[in-house]
Design a protein around this ligand. Structure first.
Ligand code: NI
Length: 249
């Protein structure tokens, strides 16, 4: 169920049965020559619908813009500075917790968000510990789950793509979006087949090191068929993780 398609009485009724919610979080950034700019937001959003179907979870609106300053050398990329993204995460949790939600499952699609979202969780817990959270907020728990970071998906990525998986604009994430949005698949020349690897600093440095945007990957291997397999593996694994998060002590 998508929160955006529900009425407030329906949300109130949901809260009588469950206080958990899935919040897809991603990024709007270049994904190499053949990946959609929305890849990192589209992947967790698409998976969240499947996980919701399996678990009955409610899905919050996707936080589609993340911490992506290093991608700004490429047209179409948008970033929030880390402090802004932290504020977005905190305000989202604090808004929903006011109504009784207390288990926040952030389904993440972008490695560049990890440090910032983790820091935002620390701020949220500090508000509780310091007594500044407001009397109407229940004790909250936040979890971040990277969609690619589960057993089934890792095994499948390795089997399908091996070393060509790389680190950015990976064939796995591109496949998943092709499965979700097959009508937009672009024609693109990928050269060299495997992109360079290296450290990440600022936007100009990134563009110099990684001229077509990829890091270590060969997304020409991406396919709708691979995307469907990855989708099934991810939904199975993450649905189980969501259930465990809800019932954990
Ligand atoms: Ni990505």
């Amino acid at each position: 169920m998508r929160l955006q398609l529900m009425t407030w009485p329906a949300v109130e009724a949901y809260l009588k049965d469950s206080t958990g919610i899935i919040i897809p979080i991603g990024s709007t950034e270049q994904h190499g020559p053949n990946g959609y700019i929305g890849t990192d937001a589209l992947c967790p959003e698409f998976l969240a619908d499947g996980i919701a179907e399996a678990t009955g979870a409610l899905v919050a609106p996707t936080i589609s813009t993340g911490m992506a300053q290093h991608h700004l050398g490429f047209p179409g990329s948008v970033t929030l500075r880390p402090s802004t993204l932290m504020a977005v995460v905190q305000d989202t949790v604090n808004s929903l917790s006011r109504h009784g939600f207390d288990r926040f499952f952030f389904l993440n699609g972008h490695g560049g968000n990890i440090a910032t979202v983790t820091a935002a969780f620390s701020e949220i817990y500090a508000e509780s510990s310091l007594g500044t959270a407001g009397h109407n907020r229940p004790p909250v728990r936040c979890k971040m789950q990277n969609w690619w970071d589960c057993k089934g998906v890792r095994a499948l990525s390795k089997e399908l793509f091996g070393d060509a998986e790389g680190g950015h604009a990976t064939p796995s994430e591109v496949s998943l979006t092709y499965y979700a949005y097959p009508d937009h698949i672009p024609e693109a020349k990928i050269d060299p087949p495997i992109a360079p690897t290296g450290p990440i600093y600022d936007a100009d440095d990134y563009r110099r090191r990684f001229p077509d945007g990829r890091i270590g990957s060969d997304p020409s291997l991406a396919s709708v068929e691979a995307g469907e397999k990855l989708y099934r593996a991810a939904v199975d694994d993450i649905a189980e993780k969501y259930r465990a998060f809800l019932t954990a002590d």
